[in-house]
Each structure stands twice: as structure tokens, then as C-alpha cells.
Design a binder for this molecule. Sequence first.
Ligand code: HEC
Length: 297
Amino acid sequence: MNFGPLIFLGVFFTMACSWFGMIVVPQLQIGGQQPVKLEATGQMYPLPRAGLAQQGAAVYRANGCAACHSQQVRQGPPVFDVKLNDLGTNAAQVADIARKINHAAGAPLPGKNIWRTPVKKDADAAAKRLTDAGAKAAVVIVPTGADIERGWGARVSVAQDYLYDQPLMLGSRRIGPDLANIGARKPGADWQLWHLYNPRLITDGSFMPAYRFLFNEVPRRKDAPPALGALDKTLVAKTFPEPAGETVTDIVPTAEAVALVAYLASLNPDAPLFEAPAPVPPPPAAPATNTPAAVKP
Ligand code: HEC
């Protein structure tokens, strides 16, 4: 008997199913994603990276940074905080209810978290009890998980975060730390430049390769003024090795190094989204200063 057509149909059906499941369904789910307007700030999210940062993405790619660094934050099940925003007119009753909800809550103050629970239903019920007593209470979803505890991100990474990135450099190996939010984590451009020039000058025993070819080493006489754009050697915690004699070496970052650092600074997906809720990030602090204390990790 000739089973040819049957085998063909079987193979065709198997292939068609996996094509449908792995290509068509994801395309239908997220293929048409557009930037969204954030409730908290009214800004669009995400915004395309600035031109210099886009050039830096190419340098990141060319130097194989993604071989050792991932750019994706993972998350465990979230917990729910019941937050008291306003005590209302009946403060005594609100205090009483707050104590009933959580014995350890102490004196309720506006802006205080009354209770943390892994069950959303319970958090909603507690917030309702406070609201019924005239207070203003809200339930805040707080992401948890190993990556979040390490400070690698405010929330899980989702497809929306990478809308403008092509190609994606998510990485799959974590020989170094995840860099999804490195723009928010490190003190400033000088830290990044010195770290790229020689990670060992910044982090003891680091085995990240030194990207010295992204810098020009310019020798000069000790009494001559430093080269334009040279990095400040007083910012590295270790003694910088100098050649013997009358000359010193200035370390001047190339355009590629500057672009790469602009790209690193642009990495910070922390906007709260519908599919990835996060506590609203605090307003940006004063720009990071490059003091020696800040350079020391
Ligand atoms: C061979 C693996 C490897 C490669 C390739 C690599 N790194 Fe690293 N990286 C590490 C390790 C390990 C650390 C942790 C030690 C340290 O801070 O130096 C690190 C740390 C970092 C940090 C500091 C992270 C933090 O949270 O403190 C940054 C930023 C960084 N790398 C950027 C880069 C960039 C940009 C490239 C590409 C030009 C790159 N790395 C290539 C291994 C690597």
C-alpha cells in the first residue's frame, strides 16, 4: 500500500501547526504593538533612542557585549501593598481599621504602606475597608524576584520595551550582570568610560575584557596641559600605572566609546505598563556628578 500521501499530509500538518503556534499567534498578539501613552506622565512610551545612543547600540553589537550581558529582567509573582494616601476626616477610626488589618502597622500616616500581601483580593478588601472609613487608600502592585532584588530593574521586561530596537540584543548568558537598566544604576559617563578602558581599575578581579582599543592613549610631557577630552585620572580609585620618566599618558575616549556610553545611559525601561505594572518611579534626581566617591562602585 502507498502511504506517501498520508505521510506527506502528516508532516505538512505538523509543520503547519508549529508555524501557526510560533509565528502567526505571536504576530497577532504583539506584532502590531504601538507606543502607548503613560498614565502617570502623559508621555509616549517607548521613545526612540537618541541618535548617539543608536550609534552606540551598533558599537555594543560589534563588540559582542551581548555574549556576556543579558538585557531582560525576570520577575516572580508580584505582591500587593495597601497604601494609605490620605487619612480623611475620621483619623481615629482609620487608625483603628489599619491596626486591625495589620497589627504591626503602627500609627498610620499619609503615604504609608499599611500592609503587604501576596493575594490581590485581600489587598482590595483591606483598601475598601479604609476607603469606607473616609480615608484614601490604594493598592500598589510591587514586582518581586531575584533580578528585582539585585536592582537590575523595576519590573519584568516586556516586548513593548524593545519596540524601537533592531536587532534585539537580549542576550541569553549572564557572565556579567544584566544591563537592562544600567542607565539608572551607575553613577555617570566617567565611571562607564573608565570601566570600559579597564574593568580592573574599577572592579577588583573583574574578568570583563578591557576595551582599550576604544580609547586613544596620548603620551605628553608631565608639565604640559592634558589632551582635549582626556579622562580624569583622579576618578579611579586605584593608582593609574604611568610610564617612567618625564611623560604621562592621557586616556582619550574615541567617538565609538562615547556613543557606547550614551547607549548604556539610555537603557532604563522602568515605565509602569498595563502588562508590566510597577510602582511609579520617583522624579529624576539631580544629574549624577562625577565625584571620586561616585566612581568607586
Ligand atoms: C567575557 C564577558 C564579558 C564581555 C564580553 C563584556 N562584559 Fe561587561 N561585565 C562582565 C563581568 C564579569 C562584569 C562584572 C564585573 C565588573 O563590574 O567588571 C561586567 C560588568 C559590566 C558593567 C557593570 C555592570 C554593573 O552592574 O556593575 C557594564 C556597564 C558592562 N559590563 C558593560 C559591558 C559592555 C558595554 C561590553 C561590550 C563592549 C561588555 N560589558 C562586555 C563580563 C563581560
